[in-house]
Design a protein around this ligand. Structure first.
Ligand code: T3D
Length: 270
């Protein structure tokens, strides 16, 4: 029996998603995309899920598109890549960005092609020291997709983005952390315990407020300062009406640890 290509497990308010085609370095098939979409849909509708952790089984995070689905006979018609991008990769990136909950990537091994850019679309990226990021696209005549051409210049600057995309050379996890492309590189044995701990801490945090942080930071990429100041005012108003803000201030004044519920404001109390 074929094993599940994407594994999902909920514990401590964290939905852990494991890409699970280790013998093919977790490269993406349609079935994988569909299972991954199901998992994100669950994260969207289940209030009990307050953080998502995504990782890969085996020695890779993901090697991007499964290229065995892309072999064209010399006289055959080439695949229309816009179709898969529009149907699967773009919706996935939009979903990660729009989810009002933190998404953590634990990059356990090589992340290549769309695999690299899916990891980089996550809110907090941790990587094992043995992991590497490869914008492999140019090796096969493509350009970075899955938001790569948007994310890379913002994360590492245009000079590095162009070289990474055109040379398609691997970047070590340590180098990626030093460049600000990811949050942390960790000794291999520490990756999953640290990632689980971090995701569980995020799941106990003020989820509604974290969603607003994510919204504001994502919007800043294309906004001018005036627009961003207005957005901050509007989102802070929402945050100020949330039960977690009231709890946070009370807990501070009472010198105790806050017990956040992550809930949205139910009514205007201010
Ligand atoms: O097509 C569209 O819809 C458009 C969207 C495109 C998005 C993309 O992601 S395009 C980019 C696709 N990905 C790549 O070009 C990366 C291809 N893989 C590699 O370059 C290398 O595998 C790695 C650098 C990632 C790792 O190298 P290495 O030496 O550690 O492993 P390996 O021996 O190459 O791979 C191990 C196995 O996984 C091997 O299978 P085998 O021979 O043991 O049966 C290899 O064929 C398989 N594998 C690795 N990557 C893919 C793959 N099989 C299918 N598709 C892959 N992408």
């Amino acid at each position: 029996m074929e094993s599940e290509v994407v594994l999902s497990q909920v514990a401590d308010g964290v939905l852990t998603i494991t890409l699970n085609r280790p013998d093919k370095l977790n490269s993406f098939t349609v079935a994988m995309h569909e299972r991954l979409a199901d998992a994100f849909e669950r994260a969207e509708r289940d209030d009990g899920i307050r953080a998502v952790l995504i990782t890969g089984a085996g020695r890779a995070f993901s090697a991007g598109q499964d290229l065995s689905d892309r072999v064209t006979p010399k006289d055959g018609t080439p695949p229309d890549l816009a179709v898969t991008i529009e149907s699967y990769y773009n919706p996935l990136i939009r979903r990660i960005k729009a989810l009002p909950k933190p998404v953590v990537a634990a990059v356990n091994g090589v992340a290549a092609g769309a695999g690299a850019n899916i990891a980089l679309a996550c809110d907090i990226v941790l990587a094992a020291e043995s992991a590497k990021f490869i914008q492999a696209f140019a090796r096969i005549g493509l350009l970075p997709d899955s938001g790569g051409t948007w994310a890379l210049p913002r994360l590492v600057g245009m000079a590095r983005a162009k070289a990474l995309a055109m040379l398609a050379e691997p970047v070590s996890a340590r180098q990626a952390a030093d460049w600000g492309m990811i949050w942390q590189a960790l000794p291999d044995a520490d990756l999953m315990p640290t990632a689980r701990k971090l995701a569980a801490a995020l799941a106990r945090a003020p989820t509604y407020g974290l969603g607003l942080i994510k919204q504001a930071l994502e919007a800043s990429a294309t906004a001018d300062l005036d627009t961003q100041l207005d957005l901050e005012r509007d989102l802070q108003q929402k945050a100020g009406f949330s039960p977690d803000y009231a709890e946070g201030v009370r807990a501070f004044m009472e010198k105790r640890t806050p017990a956040f519920t992550g809930k949205e404001p139910t009514e205007k109390t201010g």
